[in-house]
Design a binder for this molecule. Structure first.
Ligand SMILES: [Zn+2]
Length: 311
């Protein structure tokens, strides 16, 4: 990895992020009539949410008072997951969250998933982490693979503080991922493998996420079925969003100030959205998102939402 700055690449492609999106709370599927239901959306395993709860350490731990082994720490990565042991209480598989988005009545309670795309970095990602910590809540970080080695400490902090780390391609380059606006299965598989390797390099071979977010959103592109299936063969499922801060909307739809962003991001509450998956960005320069986050968190808390992460 070089220190080549990809920021211009990222920001240059942001505008299409919200293609077809309606107001906060609208369904991504509804936004694009041509989008065929992805096979990965079919709930294959009706595993109860509690299945993520770590087995009550059946492994013998003879000396609980001795210095805890790294694997026993609630802050350390839970093997074969995307989060630490403490997060197992509020981590849900992407397939389940996807199913809840489609049929909110199947969700047990009001729950919000704060998701942050396009990190990690040493600036905004860190400020978002501070805001989540101050609010005592957790989120899911959809990282871009080619940025991973530039901010390993940030990534490790995301795990240590109870968040989940998921994949958001390696290059975030729309032209490579979706030539002619149609998904390239070869490129997407290659970017998945590279991102997986980059994450394992920093977080260890025990890191495993089952979640992928397509740059621009699954809703925005054509012919992703083959890529969906290739990811599913790896146990990985895509997820979009149904609610947003608006921090990557086209200029004419972007909130003009913090109050406007809070209003957009919390409209789901007024709409009675039971399962809110919120799109936000921790990319460098997304400063309004950092400023708005404390109020967004407070509003969802006051409205009685639980905060989950996507595993
Ligand atoms: Zn992105």
């Amino acid at each position: 990895m070089t220190s080549f700055n990809r920021r211009s690449l990222l920001t240059g492609t942001m505008a299409a992020m919200a293609v077809g999106l309606g107001a906060c709370g609208s369904s991504p599927q509804a936004a694009q009539s041509t989008s065929a239901p992805a096979s990965s959306e079919q709930p294959q395993e009706p595993t109860p949410a509690t299945s993520l709860t770590p087995e009550p350490s059946s492994s013998p731990s003879p000396e609980p008072s001795a210095s805890p082994s790294p694997s026993a720490s609630p802050d350390s990565l839970m093997p074969k997951t995307s989060h630490n042991r403490a997060a197992a209480e509020y981590a849900y598989p992407s397939e389940k969250v996807q199913a809840w988005m489609k049929d909110p009545s199947s969700a047990p309670e009001k729950i919000v998933f704060l998701t942050f795309d396009d990190g990690p970095n040493h600036t905004n990602s860190v400020q978002i982490l501070d805001a989540l910590k101050a609010g005592g809540v957790h989120g899911t970080f959809f990282v871009v693979g080619n940025l991973v080695s530039s901010a390993p400490e940030t990534l490790k902090r995301e795990i240590a503080e109870g968040h989940s780390v998921a994949m958001h391609s390696y290059t975030h380059n729309y032209n490579k991922l979706y030539p002619g606006r149609a998904g390239s299965v070869e490129t997407i598989k290659d970017e998945y493998n590279k991102t997986k390797a980059a994450l394992e390099e920093v977080l260890g071979a025990d890191f495993k996420t089952n979640t992928w977010r397509y740059p621009g959103g699954h809703m925005s592109w054509k012919k992703l079925e083959a890529a969906d299936e290739a990811l599913a063969a790896e146990g990985v499922h895509w997820i979009d969003w149904n609610c947003l801060t608006g921090d990557a909307e086209p200029k004419n739809r972007q909130p003009k100030d913090v109050a406007g962003m809070v209003k957009m991001a919390t409209s789901a509450i007024g709409e009675g959205l039971k399962v809110a998956v919120m799109l936000a960005h921790d990319a460098e320069g997304k400063d309004m998102t950092v400023k708005a986050m404390p109020q967004i968190i407070s509003a969802y808390k006051e409205a009685g939402y639980k905060f989950g992460v996507i595993a």
